[in-house]
Design a protein around this ligand. Structure first.
Ligand code: MN
Ligand code: MN
Length: 472
């Protein structure tokens, strides 16, 4: 692999932005600092006027991911999904493994690990999803064994029939997580409240796609966040809340943190910049925006931004779960499998490629957060919480050379046509952004040049056996 020198750029880490040259050899950063002689490298990238960021770490994606009892799956596989990620400046994704019906959770994990490693162009890890006890009597034993395989974070669903776990299961699971120093994660919505609202809406014939929002109230999210924090505190474990969408739910995290709870909240770009008002009148095409928790009213956004700016929310991930609007021949039923009936619309929106650009535009270019905080939200903090730091999430000597050369002045318009996901629409369609990745390196390999894919080698990505969370 050629030695690469990135020269004349400003290196942005979570704690500081400094003018520094970066020398990359054998996939790692080997020198950082004073201007270096171009003769030390085989390849020189001139980053004059540009920023050098650690590659993005998206801790929440769903690639070739089964939903609704395995009746369908997301459109991107580990190849197209990671190509899309790389083109947007993300060099690590952490996806999920859900126990398959006829396989143990442990075996499902190993199988999915091999599938991911065989297709990915960037590095990939997996969180383990803890199934309801009824579905897996020996699940706790499997979880124990999975820690050694790198599953140092486990996700619990507090909603979705068939997936949601009861409070006693949360307590047992949280207790084991504390014993093993694993970070538990929760999808925090009260599944009973959601199911009841779905039933009531269906009874009244209110089944159009836009009614999805009404089934997922702020209260059901805030209640579940509050309960998860109390249960985690009861057994003494830290807690990570995925995809916080409601300002009221974020408030619960803010209060808990102020009271000393070790809880971290994640939000997603779709909750920060897209709103119910954007899809309320689209009829069946509103299916494109159906995800859970839902993309909420525009009035909710200010509170969510306040929580991000004040630090109550700690990471920005995507929950990338793309489904096509127009049914391709080679995929199981996608967004339009039951037009006019929201309960059957596969939940999820794409965004793994757009995350950095959207957050830079709406957060940094708008003046709400600075570039260091941006890096913390999209790379450093998730790398720390999910056992990848300092190999990932920082520009430092010894770290993997996962690097993004970012042009803060480049103008770009986000479109589905210009994106690499298999999903055939983009919820940010037409959004003008200033700031985009121009070069992306993964372990020193130059994957993206000038915004275009330069190297496409399925399987070059490695599976990340993650160590224990760093909560500092
Ligand atoms: Mn979820
Ligand atoms: Mn998700």
């Amino acid at each position: 692999m050629p030695t690469t020198l990135i020269t004349n750029g400003t290196v942005v880490n979570a704690d500081a932005a400094i003018r520094a040259d970066v020398l990359v050899r054998d996939g790692r950063i080997v020198a950082l600092g004073e201007p270096m002689d171009a003769g030390v490298a085989d390849q020189v990238v001139d980053a004059t006027g540009l920023l050098v960021l650690p590659g993005g770490v998206d801790a929440h994606t769903h690639l070739e991911y089964p939903v609704d009892g395995f009746s369908t799956h997301t459109a991107d596989d580990f190849h197209t999904g990671t190509v899309s990620a790389a083109c947007g400046g993300t060099t690590t994704v952490i996806d999920f493994v859900k126990k398959e019906p006829d396989r143990s959770l442990y075996d499902t994990y190993l199988r999915r690990r091999d599938v991911a490693a065989g297709k990915a162009v960037i590095d990939v890890g997996l969180h383990a999803i803890v199934p309801p006890r009824a579905a897996q009597p020996d699940v706790l034993d499997d979880l124990r064994r999975l820690v050694a395989e790198g599953a140092t974070s486990w996700k619990f669903f507090m909603a979705y029939p068939g997936q949601m776990v009861a409070d006693d299961e949360l307590l047992d699971g949280f207790e084991l997580a504390r014993e093993l120093d694993v970070l538990p994660m929760v999808h925090a919505e009260n599944g009973h409240m959601v199911a009841r609202e779905v039933r009531r809406l269906v009874e009244r014939g209110r089944t159009a796609e836009s009614f999805h929002l009404r089934a997922h109230g702020h209260d059901s999210e805030a209640e579940a966040v509050h309960r998860a924090v109390v249960l985690a505190d009861t057994v003494g474990t830290p807690l990570y809340v995925v995809h916080v969408s409601s300002a009221a739910a974020a408030d619960e995290i803010s209060r808990a943190r102020a009271a000393g709870s070790r809880v971290w909240g994640e939000t997603c770009p779709q909750y920060l910049v897209v709103a119910y008002e954007d899809y309320a009148d689209l009829g069946e095409r509103a299916a494109a925006y159906v995800c859970s928790p839902p993309i909420r009213e525009r009035a909710n956004q200010a509170g969510l931004w306040r929580m991000l700016v004040t630090g109550a929310l700690s990471t920005v991930a995507t929950d990338h779960a793309g489904f096509c609007l127009h049914q391709p021949d080679d995929l199981p039923p996608q967004k339009m499998r039951s037009p006019g009936y929201f309960p059957k619309v596969p939940n999820g929106v794409p965004g793994v490629e757009d995350r950095l650009m959207v957050l830079w535009q709406a957060g940094v270019a708008s003046g709400l957060i600075d570039p260091c905080r941006f890096v913390d939200l999209v790379a450093t903090r998730p790398a720390k919480l999910f056992g990848l730091f300092p190999r990932k999430g920082t520009v430092a000597v010894g770290a993997d050379a996962d690097l993004v050369v970012w042009d803060p002045a480049a103008d770009h318009v986000i479109t589905a046509a210009g994106s690499h996901t298999r999903t055939d629409y983009n919820i940010y369609e037409g959004m003008r952004v200033t700031g985009r990745p121009v070069h992306v390196f993964s372990r020193g390999e130059h994957l993206v040049d000038g915004g275009g894919l330069r190297l496409d080698t399925p399987g070059r990505g490695t599976f990340l056996t993650r160590h224990l969370p760093y909560l500092g």
